[in-house]
Ligand binder design. Sequence first.
Ligand SMILES: [Mn+2]
Length: 429
Amino acid sequence: MFKAVKKEVIDQHNQSHKSDLDFDFEYLEKKLQQSQIDIHKIKEQVKKFQVAVPTWGVGTGGTRFARFPGIGEPQNIYEKIEDCAVINDLIGFTQKVSPHFPWDNVEDFSELKNFSDNYGIGFDVVNSNTFQDPDDSSESFKYGSLTNASSAARDKAIEVNQKAIDNGKILGSKGLTVWIGDGGNFPGQISFSRSLERYIDSMKKIYSHLPKDWTVLLEHKPYEPAFYSTVISDWGTSYICAKELGDQAMCLVDLGHHLPNTNIEMIVSRLIDLKKLGGFHFNDSKFGDDDLDAGSINPYELFLIFNELTAASQNNKISNISYMIDQSHNVTDPIESLILSANEIVNSYAKSLLVNYSLLEKSQDGNDAIQSMQILKTAFNIDVSPIVAMARFENGNSINPINTYRTLDYKNDKSLKRKNKSGSSSGIV
Ligand SMILES: [Mn+2]
């Protein structure tokens, strides 16, 4: 097995941080004891947490205006896997990657799997891309993919999805996420009714191609690239389609795919109760689908989402939710952004584990608004970073991953070896 970051480098860095970490951890242990919380129990749960890194996320993203390439950018899926392995060697919470087809197409998927296995990297849910034309340009998705008025274009879009499943099977994936850009820019451009009908009809053909142990995740989004109407616009439409398709179809919540001020944590709760919550795309935003780093703008919202997930998990209402990051890194080194984002997600999860849910339930039923709010706010305000850092350390990863990463001079080193192209297969989804 290869190591993208040498074990000795991590061990050496950890040595210089360990006594400070022990001090912080012991202090927090005593503090949590006052609330009868066992820090070791929380730490063991945190050590098992996993979130998938998107292959497109390690390339530098762009906007509608420009893309400013970074140095040493990965140019193909193999180089992307190398970067994902660096992230995972440093933090350990990201053992799987979520690939995107056709961006990550290769001749030989078995070879790709062997390559990734060697780095200890697995494949999570695969993503299909029909928001740009297919590789062979035999059909155009300019006026829609799965909902296109042309049955030949719809068939091509179905084929792209079926191929993504076939590729994913070789890679050891167990799921497919479908997001389409289909919609209209003008009133009257498309029929709301017929486009949804076509979507369900096309999705049924993709669903029938799914292996029995696979899940298909339906991702909704209210606007962009279509700016007047989108076929799968909201969680309600997504739920109706998932319900129509069957038990293997679930809904995926991308945190950026909601209109401003939407109560996302409530949507999470609704989908849990409807038994249709299947996955997440984590990111953060100020205005729209900004695809900024998870927890960088509204960490409280991220915590409140994990609050719903942990409460449901403790009541055995959910299992097997696919956690993925979906971000576009335009001005940062994507490796650093992904390290911090994964840690923010783990932080929010750890904070949710501090909440006493039976006390919260009593407080809610007793109509004590102040105490209920305080129970959540108290957990959110606790700095759990010593728990997460100790979890990383005990898993054999870095106590201070950004610090360790910066000493590697990794991207400068890669810039000497990687052939720089002007374009890169990174996108905003
Ligand atoms: Mn997404």
